[in-house]
Write a protein that binds this ligand. Structure first.
Ligand code: NAD
Length: 500
């Protein structure tokens, strides 16, 4: 059995922890390798190496840092197909979806190549007589990233390209469920000319994470994952004096107005609810329909579309399936239990994915596309994030009822409205308490030069991922006020300095 270790000082390095976690091909249920779960000491060693590398890397000029990232971008493009296939095999998402993930990650690298432009700071001439004031945006030091299983490459790439472009060094802790592809990406960083020790990967679990959250040498922690862990990361990291951005879970609603084009809505919902088997933090898991007529029409078309869906392994079939398996057996069981609870709580189960089997892949972690009608707040399938191919329809009578419903939910990551009416769209984007809003767009993931982040319990910390927020997160501002006096300053002043 192959064992995946760490990536330290520019090369793959075995771990001696003696603890492992199995990694599977979710389409077959076969174990493909085991990943080492690093010890606290190994994590401290990785931090020490990143700390040492910071002294040099922070002095490399921003343009030289950007050039290395530019070569990294070219290498990613050259290895695009093999990386996408590796993501698909280990995560389970279909190949075209894996390519989409890689493309969105690459876009952050492209953004990071232009970061020198955003490190210029501010300058004010003559804030006083012969006094100028300017700000420096300086790197923090060692930064850490902790990422979830559902985007094994894109989410780490939300973090480290920006951190590195700003002059920081990095220790990444990927998900233990699909850790291989980011190790290949790390090798491309070395091939691009990144000095050893600037980017390191520590594979592991809570033991490694807790060191990253408490070690004094780590200055900032960037986290993406479920809400309970995001909250833990935020409170523990902040308590230890670190800057923390921690993005959590989601329950994204799509508001369907009676004037929306039903064909467009159905097409958007199918991809947003069932794409990647619902394992996206921006998946739509609730369709809120205004009026019974719109709901009945929508449901009848969705049922028809589900009956034609192809579900299977992410790669290897002549015709690509629409969705693949879930990440693990445990997760597939959890999703099925949610479906049980929906039935128990009184929702109408219209399409049941619990006994779904894929011929030739009977041991794979598949759950079929599932559809509930008449879902209500208070039911577990409404309140909680399922993270599977389960779409709930909630019926309401008015636009305002829909807005109030969405605003009352504990999560506020993404949402969308489908309507032909500009005023409804405008009202929605103004009133809704959610961080990312789509208007006739089902999955409104901001581009790399904007920032990604939700509201409410979908995020802890003030700064979002990438875009300007990303640069602010990975730099610290210093403001210099300077006087070059012509004459000696001789009068002492004991009062607060002000402009005369
Ligand atoms: P998770 O919270 O279980 O794990 C995320 C990371 O935290 C992993 O690296 C894991 O090893 C680590 N971890 C897990 N338990 C820990 C503990 N007790 N102490 C310290 N570290 C721990 O999340 P997941 O199941 O890998 O990913 C799915 C979740 O991520 C979903 O809730 C999804 O909504 C969320 N997500 C959110 C966004 C976003 O942008 N808001 C994006 C992607 C995924």
């Amino acid at each position: 059995m192959n064992t995946l270790g760490n990536f330290i000082n520019g090369a793959q390095t075995p771990s001696n922890s003696g603890r492992f976690s199995p990694v599977y091909n979710p389409a077959t249920g076969q174990q493909t390798l085991q990943v080492s779960l690093s010890s606290a000491d190994e994590t401290r060693e990785a931090i020490a190496i990143a700390d040492k590398a910071f002294a040099q890397w922070s002095k490399v000029t921003p343009v030289r840092r950007a050039r290395i990232l530019f070569r990294f971008k070219t290498l990613l493009e050259q290895h695009f197909d093999e990386l996408a296939e590796a993501i698909s095999l280990e995560h389970g998402k279909v190949l075209s979806d894996a390519k989409g993930e890689l493309t969105r990650g690459l876009e952050v690298v492209e953004f990071a190549c232009g970061i020198p432009h955003l490190l210029k700071g501010e300058y004010s001439l003559n804030v006083g007589t012969h006094v100028d004031s300017y700000s420096l945006m300086q790197p923090l030091g060692v930064c850490a990233g902790i990422s979830p299983f559902n985007f094994p490459v894109m989410v780490p790439m939300w973090m480290f390209p920006i951190a590195l472009a700003c002059g920081n060094t990095f220790v990444m802790k990927p998900s233990e469920k699909d850790p291989s592809v980011i190790m290949k990406v790390a090798e491309l960083l070395t091939a691009a000319g990144l000095p050893d020790g600037v980017f390191n990967i520590v594979n592991g679990d809570k033991q490694a994470v807790d060191v990253l959250l408490t070690d004094d040498r780590v200055q900032a922690v960037s986290f993406v994952g479920s809400t309970p862990i995001a909250e833990y990361i935020y409170t523990t990291g902040s308590m230890h004096g670190k800057r923390v951005q921690a993005l959590g879970g989601a329950k994204n609603h799509m508001l369907v107005m009676p004037d929306a084009d039903t064909d467009q809505v159905v097409s958007a919902l199918m991809g947003a609810a069932y794409g990647s088997a619902g394992e996206r933090c921006m998946a739509i898991s609730v369709a809120v329909c205004v009026g019974d007529e719109a709901a009945d029409q929508l449901i009848s078309q969705i049922k028809q579309e589900i009956s034609t869906m192809l579900v299977g392994p992410g790669t290897g079939l002549k015709q690509e399936p629409h969705m693949g398996p879930l990440i693990s057996k445990v997760h597939a069981e959890k999703v099925k239990h949610y479906i049980d609870s929906g039935v128990k709580d009184g929702a109408d189960l219209l399409v049941d994915g619990r006994d779904f089997k894929v011929a030739g892949h009977e041991q794979g972690y598949f759950v079929g596309p599932t559809l509930f009608d008449n879902v209500k707040p208070g039911m577990r399938i409404y309140n909680e994030e399922i993270f599977g191919p389960v779409l709930s329809v909630v019926r309401v009578n008015s636009f305002q009822e829909a807005v109030d419903l969405i605003n009352a939910h504990e999560f506020g990551n993404g949402t969308s409205i489908f309507t032909a009416n500009g005023e409804s769209a405008r009202q929605f984007s103004e009133q809704i308490q959610v961080g990312m809003v789509g208007i006739n767009i089902p999955i409104p993931v901001p581009m790399a030069f904007h920032s990604f982040g939700g509201w409410k319990r979908s995020i802890f910390g003030p700064l979002n991922m990438h875009g300007n927020d990303g640069v602010r997160f990975f730099t610290r501002m210093k403001t210099v006020t300077a006087r070059w006096p012509k004459n000696d300053i001789t009068n002492h002043s004991f009062s607060m300095p002000t402009m005369k």
